[in-house]
Design a protein around this ligand. Structure first.
Ligand code: PLP
Length: 393
């Protein structure tokens, strides 16, 4: 199988696996006071120190969670509730139109608690304009509880101007949450630009089910769950000691290898984009070409992305459509729609994503399978189109 879906999850790195298994073989709850518990606690705190040092933040600003989704929920819901408790007028949540569901859905659910969710538009490349954010903050002056804008988009790879957004939010004294799940290990992360930053293990060669929220010490956050004082009262539950040890190793590797890794991904990306241009000349690359070097989103006019994905799967190539399938009905990608794509274009896209195991041979295998799959997907699309229906793009 040729795996080109690293943005969904990437294989465990061997050093991380070693650390994970070694920790899993040791008994001890970090909250227990006996020797086994103390040893587990030591491993957790050493891992927290290593993670903080690798990210350039104090160790006590790292809260371990069960992945990126939980970290985003803690930042958005916990951040909103804490800010609102301090100041009941803070009801507005500003989020970009291209956020992952881990941010967008909890934000939308806050409407039940009286929140007003305002969407920050993006341009055709998927980027927010800091000036627009400034205008929205001015328009809702004194009412904004938090702003959420992701670092690197998971579907199209576009990077956001986090440094500028950080300055704009600071001017209005509004917390900024940044989902950096796809950015870690690829983009130089300056985590202190944001009030809170969500990260995930399985996108960087760590195991799934472990992640973290990095928060400024002064960040207002309320825990989402109750049941113990773990993680400074922010995240109750017995700590996932093996996952935390593995995450620390994965973060260290991601930071240490970042420049070389990004360069290698960039070469694969260039190879794929050039190759697609030759084998499917009318394909359209979506997103900012200067974005995440390991994520390539391509529209194939006349194809349903889902059909194409399944045809490639049958040929042994694993890629993804960015959009979710709702009860078997393919949905156009909300990200591409927000970027101005029409429904047909938004449904015609595939995401190819590279990781640390990717090779030029993977790209060649994909390029060899693509023309046949596109041809068949187009034929299937033409057959299922209602009589008289023309191409909509
Ligand atoms: N945020 C982004 C941008 C993602 O791509 C993902 C995973 O797809 C998540 C959050 C969720 O992370 P996790 O799978 O660790 O819950």
């Amino acid at each position: 199988m040729t795996y080109l879906d690293h943005a969904a999850t990437t294989p465990l790195r061997p050093q991380v696996r070693e650390r994970w298994l070694a920790a899993a073989d040791r008994v001890g709850n970090p909250s227990s006071v006996h020797a086994a518990g103390r040893a587990a606690r030591r491993l957790v705190e050493e891992s927290r120190e290593q993670t903080g040092a690798a990210l350039g933040v104090p160790a006590d600003t790292v809260v371990f969670t069960a992945g990126g989704t939980e970290a985003d929920n803690l930042a958005v819901v916990g951040g909103f509730r804490a800010r609102r408790a301090q100041d009941p007028d803070r009801r507005v949540v500003l989020i970009s139109a291209v956020e992952h569901k881990a941010v967008a859905e909890p934000a939308a659910a806050l409407a039940d608690e009286g929140a007003v969710v305002v969407t920050i538009p993006v341009d055709r490349s998927g980027q927010v304009d800091p000036t627009r954010v400034k205008e929205l903050l001015a328009e809702h002056a004194g009412a904004v509880a938090l702003v959420a804008v992701m670092w690197a988009n998971n579907e199209v790879g576009t990077l956001q101007p986090v440094a500028e957004l950080s300055g704009v939010c600071a001017d209005f004294d509004v917390p900024l949450h940044v989902d950096a799940v796809q950015a870690l290990g690829v983009v130089p992360l300056q985590t202190d630009l944001a009030t809170t930053v969500a990260l995930s293990g399985h996108k960087i060669g760590g195991p799934p089910g472990i992640g973290m929220l990095v928060h400024h010490r002064g960040a207002a956050l309320a825990p989402l769950a109750r049941g113990g004082g773990h993680e400074s009262g922010l995240r109750p539950g017995t700590l996932n000691t093996p996952g935390i040890a593995a995450l620390a190793a994965a973060v260290q590797l991601a930071v240490d290898d970042r420049a070389a890794h990004a360069a290698a991904l960039g070469e694969l990306r260039a190879h794929l984009v050039a190759g697609i241009g030759q084998v499917v000349p009318d394909a359209v690359v979506n997103g900012d070409p200067a974005g995440h070097p390991g994520i390539v989103n391509v529209g194939f006019p006349g194809c349903e992305g889902d059909a194409l994905m399944l045809l490639l799967d049958a040929a042994g190539i694993a890629v993804s459509t960015g959009s979710a399938c709702n009860v078997g009905i393919p949905q156009p990608s909300a990200v591409l729609r927000a970027m101005g794509a029409d429904v047909a274009a938004a449904r015609s896209a595939l995401r190819f994503s590279f990781g640390w195991t990717s090779t030029p041979a993977d790209v060649d295998a994909c390029l060899a399978a693509l023309p046949g799959a596109v041809q068949r997907a187009r034929r299937a699309g033409a057959l299922s189109a209602p009589p008289g229906a023309g191409r909509t793009r």
